[in-house]
Design a protein around this ligand. Structure first.
Ligand code: TEU
Ligand code: CA
Length: 543
């Protein structure tokens, strides 16, 4: 897709460079590896790639802790490697979106090193510094998502600094106009290099409450388990009113949008996770076409793969975010792979993988795919010794961290480490994944990979799927039925997300002219009655 609105309805493939392809034999993926594997991505029929961070970084949070926004970490290559990758992607018709992690920097960033050196230096106010309470304790009750207080004591300044994530990820002070300028100039750096857009990490965390008010308590969910259990991570026991999602953010997002618009066809997708308030935040950030182009929500990243849940997420979004645009995803580098989240057992996985992409491809919005999902990869089971994610190491075993979805991409079934690397990879490649390698599925009719290609082609071929309206039909609770419509062309979708056979009579006013089977699915359709197997979908053209 091209033109100013290329991002509307786009399919974006997320590359986690560390785990995509190693080319220099150090066991870690790199930018040359991305370039080498671009033809695979293009073969899927996607519009764009989103590259997780490859910037200079001590890698405390796997690159989400940046110490130089305008350079490539030597582990990943050089700026020249980046330029080559970008040119090759463009040659293949792929847009390139890069991750901007601007809410916080690494504690090794020169800005922070200077800021922490005294209370009077030129960048003294670039981070969120505050005096202790009279008894020496932290300025307020804010908590870090990664555990413990959001405040770290600094012995030189004799003050605390704020961090929403690791203490080595100090939060930038966006209330300071110089910080906004500095951040925007790093954005300009990449726009000038030719990137097509940005995935904005934690886009609702840029501003904090100036008065540093305490967050009010929230009644914990009595059924909360794992990481959400209050005695494991108390983060969920607060209502995060003051440490994020402040009204000032809107002004900054407008400045960012104006900058991108000056360059033409560029787009942003902002990661917005704001707990129960998420939708309101999303509405405020994407409405009006002068802030974010798209919001990436966490709605479909949980364990729930039922008709009622998906309907609620999509319907709520449409009701609240009238003129905004969403980017849906079932998987990313932070959550358990969706095949493992949704499948009821090993035998169920392939069908779940196939139905999930059929559903994603039918929704109104843009969609993000995560590397490996096109192979139907399950989550990798790792031992504590194998973990690299600080979040998992801290909360093991209640939460096993994010490494299970970050293991290397599997390319060639019969090569060491499935062709990812000749060396020992930074996370292991297990046999159940190796057997699903790209070369084992490529050209195999009915494989998950083949199914992804055909499903994405189906989406491209039917205009209503790109940006047509979506309206729900009420047939039955356990069946997800909706229409997509554009310029008088109307398609009907009926999804059965249960494992039971479902017999569905279409409403009297819903007249199917002809069935339009989605790849891999062909339920019986006789006399306005659809007979769906477990995990099945019917698609038909409506009058
Ligand atoms: O994630 C933001 C975020 O809120 C995560 O903490 C998320 O809730 C968690 O990972 C779910 O398991 C972004 C990045 O995607 C993540 O990789 C980074 O660690 C984080 O920001 C800090 O930069
Ligand atoms: Ca490497």
């Amino acid at each position: 897709r091209s033109g100013k609105d290329w991002w509307r309805g786009a399919v974006i493939y997320q590359v986690y460079p560390r785990s995509f392809q190693d080319t220099n034999g150090d066991g870690i993926g790199d930018l040359r590896g991305v370039t080498r594997r671009l033809p695979h991505i293009a073969s899927l029929g996607v519009d764009a790639i989103w590259l997780s961070p490859f910037f200079t970084s001590p890698q405390a949070d796997m690159g989400y802790d940046v110490s130089d926004y305008c350079d490539v970490d030597p582990m990943f290559g050089t700026l020249a490697d980046f330029d080559e990758m970008l040119a090759e992607a463009h040659r293949l018709g792929l847009k390139v979106i890069i991750d901007q992690v601007i809410s916080h920097t690494s504690d090794q960033h020169p800005w922070f090193i200077e800021s922490r050196s005294s209370r009077t230096n030129a960048r003294a106010d670039w981070y969120v510094w505050a005096d202790p309470k009279p008894d020496g304790t932290a300025p307020n009750n804010w908590l870090s998502i990664f555990g413990g207080p959001a405040w770290e004591w600094d012995g030189v300044r004799r003050q605390y600094y704020m961090h929403n994530f690791l203490s080595s990820q100090p939060d930038l002070n966006f209330h300071n106009p110089e910080v906004q300028e500095a951040v925007l100039s790093t954005v300009r750096f990449w726009l000038d290099r030719g990137v097509d857009g940005f995935r904005l990490d934690t886009a609702n965390f840029y501003f904090h409450d100036r008065h540093l008010r305490d967050n009010p308590p929230r009644v914990p969910d009595p059924d909360a388990i794992g990481l959400d259990a209050p005695d494991v991570n108390p983060y969920g026991m607060q209502d995060h009113l003051y440490d994020k999602s402040q009204p000032e953010n809107i002004g900054f997002l407008r400045r960012l949008r104006a900058l991108l618009d000056a360059y033409g066809d560029r787009a942003t997708v902002g990661e917005v996770g704001d707990g129960p308030r998420s939708l309101k935040t999303v509405a405020a950030y994407t409405g009006g076409n002068d802030k974010l182009n798209m919001c990436y929500t966490f709605d479909l990243l949980g364990p729930d793969f039922t008709a009622s849940h998906i309907r609620r997420c999509v319907a709520d979004f449409q009701a609240i975010v009238a003129d905004g645009w969403v980017c849906w995803a079932f998987s990313n580098h932070d959550v358990m792979r969706h095949v493992s989240r949704f499948a009821l057992g090993e035998a169920d996985r392939e069908r779940v993988a196939k139905l999930a992409i059929a559903l994603l491809a039918s929704l109104r919005g843009s969609i993000c795919l995560y590397q490996g999902e096109e192979l139907g990869l399950p989550e990798a089971e790792l031992t504590f010794e194998e973990l690299r994610d600080p979040y998992g190491i801290r909360f093991w075993p209640a939460f096993k961290g994010r490494d299970g979805c970050r293991t290397p991409m599997v390319w060639e079934r019969d090569r060491p480490n499935a062709g990812f690397s000749a060396a020992n990879p930074w996370l292991p490649v297990h046999d159940d994944q190796r057997l699903l390698a790209v070369d084992a599925q490529d050209g195999v009719a009915g494989s998950v990979l083949d199914h992804y290609r055909r499903t994405l082609a189906f989406r491209r071929m039917h205009a209503p799927l790109l940006d047509g309206d979506l309206a729900f039909l009420t047939i039955r609770q356990d069946v997800l039925a909706f229409t997509r419509e554009k310029d008088g062309e109307r398609l009907l979708f009926v999804f059965n997300l249960t494992r039971e056979r479902e017999r569905v009579r279409l409403p009297a006013d819903t007249r199917v002219i002809e069935p339009l089977p989605m790849p891999g699915f062909a339920p019986a359709f006789i006399d306005e009655v659809v007979v769906l197997k477990g995990l099945d979908v019917f698609c038909g053209r409506l009058r």
